[in-house]
Write a protein that binds this ligand. Structure first.
Ligand code: ATP
Length: 353
């Protein structure tokens, strides 16, 4: 007889491929309904940006269709992002489930470009996303998110001033660029850093967020230390270009995160190859090739993806329209969306580990 139990039994062997556990045991199958030969249920994924969504839905449908009497299977897909693990002595931010640091050993490798596009891609998938631009040397995320000149409003709260984040493309954002005078020398901005990062974490009305993406300054300095010492971090992503110098710096960054107990989710290789606009089928390895792959092998951390060097990606950044919005079909937008999905999947794996 077709009943909820028989549906759950036949779905029990179907696994979440990333978590390698039964969907039924993970409580990801809910609200089973049976009406004549029509079976419907809700599949609750661990992230709206799940890279294997179609694959899992297919697996579920195939399994249920094995049951005699089933004519049609309808699957409604939703997501509940798990919260990262608590860490003793660190104060999580109320309402924020996962904090992800986007870092690079060296400046100018495209860290902000990756942070902004990953944030927007996650938001476009349906996740609730914030972006904390902690880059004191070049706070350029506001421009890339079309928020140049935006001001953060201040509200008087019980526990002091609360900042209202700016908002665009589904992403809430605060930036060093909103608070510091761009003409102020970096030597004066440095000591403000620690205080501002804490304020950006704990005194912003972030609301509930699945992911807070933090665009770090390059290197392994005070901002990294402040962030790691203050909050539990779901994972760090290291952006590098294929050349040797940049990879060497990326290694340094990686070691710092690992020594401080932060899970490194993987490397993103940016500017991997150049796609000329007039010859879109050609590509040139301007900075050499295979650097990210080699580093990933040697350091035993995943390569989350490779982003090509494309003129529209830079133009999108300058015009404040991220490439994942302005030109979804471009090679760089596809790469950045896939990277966002990889990051989300790895964060879910870490939460369940
Ligand atoms: N794959 C790419 N293709 C084309 N242009 C890119 C690419 N990646 C980054 N850029 C451009 O390179 C410049 C530097 O990128 P970005 O600001 O993201 O680097 P960054 O590592 O955050 O720099 P900083 O160290 O100043 O914070 C920007 O103008 C950006 O648009």
């Amino acid at each position: 007889m077709l009943d909820t139990q028989s549906i759950l039994d036949v779905l029990r062997p179907v696994q979440d491929p990333e978590l390698q556990k039964s969907l039924v045991e993970l409580n990801m199958i809910r609200d089973v309904q049976i009406e004549d030969g029509k079976v419907s249920f809700t599949l609750v994924l661990t992230t709206p940006a799940c890279p294997l969504r179609e694959f899992i839905v297919d697996d579920c449908k195939k399994a249920v269709k094995q049951l005699p009497g089933v004519e049609k299977v309808d699957v409604t897909v939703t997501a509940e992002t798990p919260k990262q693990k608590e860490v003793p002595d660190k104060q999580s931010v109320f309402g924020i489930k996962n904090i992800i640091a986007i870092s690079s050993g060296k400046g100018g490798v495209g860290k902000s470009t990756v942070a902004v596009n990953v944030a927007v891609a996650l938001a476009s998938s349906g996740a609730k996303v914030g972006l904390l631009d902690a880059d004191i040397y070049g706070p350029n995320a506001p421009m890339m998110l079309g928020l140049t000149g935006a001001e953060v409003k201040v509200q008087q709260g019980k526990a002091g001033d609360i900042l209202e984040p700016a908002f665009n493309y589904g992403v809430k954002m605060v930036s060093m660029g909103f608070l510091i005078n761009p003409d102020q020398p970096v030597i004066w901005r440095g000591p403000m850093l620690n205080g501002i990062i804490r304020q950006f974490l704990y005194q912003v009305s972030w609301g509930s967020l699945d992911y807070l993406i933090v665009d770090m300054p390059p290197g392994t300095g005070d901002a990294q230390l402040t962030l790691i010492q203050a909050v539990p971090i779901a994972g760090a992503v290291i952006v590098t270009t294929p050349q040797n110098v940049s990879l060497l710096d990326a290694r340094r960054g990686l070691k710092m995160f690992q020594q401080m107990g932060v899970n490194v989710l993987g490397i993103v290789e940016n500017m991997s190859y150049f796609i000329p606009p007039d010859l879109p089928d050609r590509n040139y390895d301007i900075f050499g090739s295979g650097g990210g792959e080699k580093a990933s092998r040697e350091l035993q951390i995943p390569l989350l993806g490779c982003v090509p060097l494309e003129i529209p990606l830079r133009e999108g950044g300058d015009q404040g329209i991220p490439i994942v919005i302005s030109n979804e079909e471009s090679a760089s937008a596809k790469a950045l969306t896939a990277i966002a999905q990889q990051i989300a999947a790895k964060v879910s794996i870490a939460a369940y580990a």
